[in-house]
Design a protein around this ligand. Sequence first.
Ligand code: SF4
Length: 268
Amino acid sequence: MTNQSLRWTLPEVIALYQQPLMDLLWQAQQVHRQHQTANEVQLSSLLSIKTGGCPEDCSYCPQSSRYDTGIEKERVLELERVIEAARAARAGGATRFCMGAAWRSPTEAQLDEVIAMVQEVKALGLETCVTLGMLKNGQAERLKQAGLDYYNHNLDTSEDYYSEIITTRSYQDRLDTLDRVQAAGLSTCSGGIVGLGESREQRAALIAQLANRSPYPHSVPINQLVRVPGTPLADNAPWMSSSSCAPLPWLVLLCLKLLSGSQPAAPQ
Ligand code: SF4
């Protein structure tokens, strides 16, 4: 059985998640060193190319137009400003440059603007990544032709908790876009957020979902909720307490253990 044909059940992932941190650390290190260069870290830089005014209702996000967070809707950044930011990122050691736009789904005209950015950033010798929301048929192919390397599209949380966090799209919508991205030959960047109010089992279910994709996501961002005043999750209990049960190290190590067989897997 190859790594790509492995399938992880939720009880198996939960069993791994319940291990002592040092045990998981040991196992994750062994798997990681089989497939990746030890002690090498890739630096990526993220730029918001269009901020605020998003029609979606992601309850953690201050860029949603539904919440009063003080973030105003901005126009798409001019190409020159994007190039300047990419040059600065490269000078700072980044080798991947990600551009994010607060859209539900880009129009073809919006995609034209992003494609010009991708081409310019690629010409600087950087890996390119964009996160633009849901893609329609043909859009991932246009991005691929422009030289895009990665498309970021996070699953955020488990399927059974998703509707508690977002109601303007479904989990299946997310999976459909990931499928389009993969079919176009782009590498995927997909992860989630901890601290949304999810249970330990729901965190494990997110990891199981990612670990059962074929191919595995090439990058797995694990984010921590930033509780922004004005968003529905502003008053969520802090997810990381002073106890030794903070979930982030376990989740990162789980990703290393379950996803490091992909090339080039990079939990971030
Ligand atoms: S789709 Fe993205 S920008 Fe829009 S509300 Fe959700 S997280 Fe924020």
